[in-house]
Design a binder for this molecule. Structure first.
Ligand code: NAD
Length: 489
């Protein structure tokens, strides 16, 4: 009998399970050791790494644009602004504000703690994990990374295996610009990521679908690891009768067809009356022709679908309702024309999943109240849009619904405001980032109080034997504050 077998009481030979090998153990140990050495904590180290990241973007700009074109045929203007420039802005902001962000934040004290030093320390979590999707494969990996570095963490990066050309660049080129003991890239798809998630991290930042978000959250719960989930879903777009149809059509078409519709915050479907739909359709057709010409397939400004699986999924969705605009597709080119569907029912497949492609269904509602009821019946979306010339209507939608972000008479322009948090709510995610919010996300805010080892006399008030007089005085001291700063530490 081989040494691998084990005899059970029933004489059968049971194979001994192979010892479980953790392919990520060495990488994680290297990062943990580096973090424990304190190397990532000084501002100087963080600045050097952020500068490295900035050089990566500058020195490889052409490579990155070519790679985004290979994966998604991203038009270079879209790629530059939404992937490279946004990351550069985030790096500049972090470099400019790093010292302020890192500083201990003093807190207001009461008289009972007046002689102490009380503050919030922004502490790095440790070894963190960033998992990203394929639709903005650079932005959605590097923007969280900027905050993770600024906050003093070590990071394991897990880019999407689906944007395979960018995955290769991240694995081969990016490490040349970052400290190898503190930052690592792990490659692979669902299977490899599942094994990776069996390891203990100090923080997990996940961007992707709600389905995989659930898997990540379950894995994180094993160690009670704190997480951010940046998820997706269906983003409603209400169009009021009182609007300028051409302005609305331009804005909605631009944000729906940007990156060939593969954007988590894109308007997913329109809710409007039949009356305004009649005016919107020619306006949407006009916008599509203005943007992409008579034959959008020939336009250099329209991206392509990431892979055959998504192409076939989207082709299937075009069979819902009636095609009012577009409807053409080309498998060889993974091209789906900017398409608008009408006569769509809420029970149609196109209304059961996030479209994530250049298809825009229109559903009819008779009033803003009906639109609000429709939206409220569903999961809280990542983004919600309302278009009207009447600000009361826009504010009504804003007041009576909930979503990660909100756009009134505009698309996802909120993404370029770094002073605004970005993140989902409920089914569309938890946590927030961008600008300083990313630094905060990757920092543990540690409440600290430092007291004098002397002055024991003033502590007597706290100690037993308790008395009503001491209690009253203590409560009074807890309730009141000095109007000027005073501390002995
Ligand atoms: P996805 O959830 O399929 O994959 C995201 C990441 O998870 C990838 O790196 C992938 O390798 C990994 N993964 C996939 N299956 C896994 C599994 N079973 N176990 C562990 N890891 C797994 O998402 P996607 O298709 O890459 O991206 C599209 C989704 O992402 C859409 O739902 C979109 O709305 C969402 N998204 C959200 C944001 C945001 O900021 N909220 C941004 C972009 C995309």
């Amino acid at each position: 009998m081989s040494g691998k077998g084990r005899k059970s009481s029933g004489q059968e030979t049971q194979p001994t399970p192979e010892p479980q090998v953790n392919p990520y153990a060495d990488t994680l140990k290297r990062l943990q050791d580096a973090f424990n050495s304190g190397r990532t904590r000084p501002a100087k180290f963080r600045v050097t790494q952020l500068q490295g990241l900035s050089r990566f973007l500058k020195e490889n700009q052409k490579l990155l644009l070519d790679t985004l074109a290979q994966d998604l045929k991203k038009p270079s203007c879209e790629a530059d602004i939404s992937e490279i420039f946004i990351c550069e802005c985030e790096i500049k902001l972090a470099l400019k504000n790093l010292h302020t962000w890192m500083k201990d934040e003093p807190v207001e004290k009461n008289l009972a703690t007046q002689l102490t030093s009380a503050f919030i320390r922004k502490e790095p979590y440790g070894v963190t994990l960033i998992i990203s999707p394929w639709n903005y494969p650079l932005n959605l990996l590097l923007v969280p990374l900027v905050g993770a570095i600024a906050a003093g963490n070590c990071v394991v990066l897990k880019p999407s295996e689906i944007s395979k050309n960018m995955e290769k660049v991240i694995a081969e080129v990016l490490p040349q610009y970052l400290d190898k003991d503190c930052f690592a890239t792990v490659l692979g798809g669902p299977q490899e990521t599942s094994v990776l998630l069996e390891n203990r991290f100090d923080y997990i930042f996940f961007t992707g679908s709600p389905r995989v978000g659930q898997i990540v959250m379950t894995a994180a719960s094993q160690y009670l690891t704190p997480i951010t989930l940046e998820l997706g879903g269906k983003n409603p777009c209400y169009v009021d009768d009182n609007c300028d149809p051409q302005n609305v059509a331009n804005r909605v078409a631009f944000f729906r067809f940007f990156n060939a519709g593969q954007t988590c915050v894109a308007p997913d479907y329109i809710l409007c009356s039949r009356k305004i739909q009649e005016k919107l359709l020619p306006a949407l057709q006009h916008a599509v022709t203005q943007f992409y010409g008579k034959d959008p397939q020939k336009s250099p400004d329209l991206g392509r679908i990431i892979n055959d699986k998504h192409f076939h999924r989207l082709q299937g969705l075009m069979g819902n309702g009636q095609v009012a605009i577009g409807g053409h597709s080309d498998k060889e080119d993974r091209y789906i024309a900017p398409t608008v569907l009408v006569d769509v029912q809420e029970t149609d497949p196109v209304m059961q999943e996030e479209i994530f492609g250049p298809i825009l269904p229109i559903l009819n509602v008779e009033s803003v109240d009906e639109a609000i009821a429709f939206i409220r019946k569903r999961e809280k979306p990542l983004a919600l849009y309302a278009f009207s010339n009447d600000s009361k209507v826009v504010n009504k939608v804003l007041d009576q619904t909930s979503s990660g972000s909100f756009g009134g008479n505009d698309g996802f322009m909120f993404l370029i405001i770094t002073s605004m948090p970005f993140g989902g709510v409920g089914h569309s995610g938890m946590g927030e980032y961008h600008g300083k919010f990313t630094f905060d996300t990757f920092s543990h805010r540690r409440g600290c109080l430092l007291s004098s080892p002397r002055l024991e006399i003033i502590n007597k008030l706290r100690y037993p034997p308790y008395s009503p007089g001491h209690q009253r005085l203590l409560e009074w001291l807890m309730e009141h504050k000095l109007s000027f700063p005073c501390s002995i530490l």
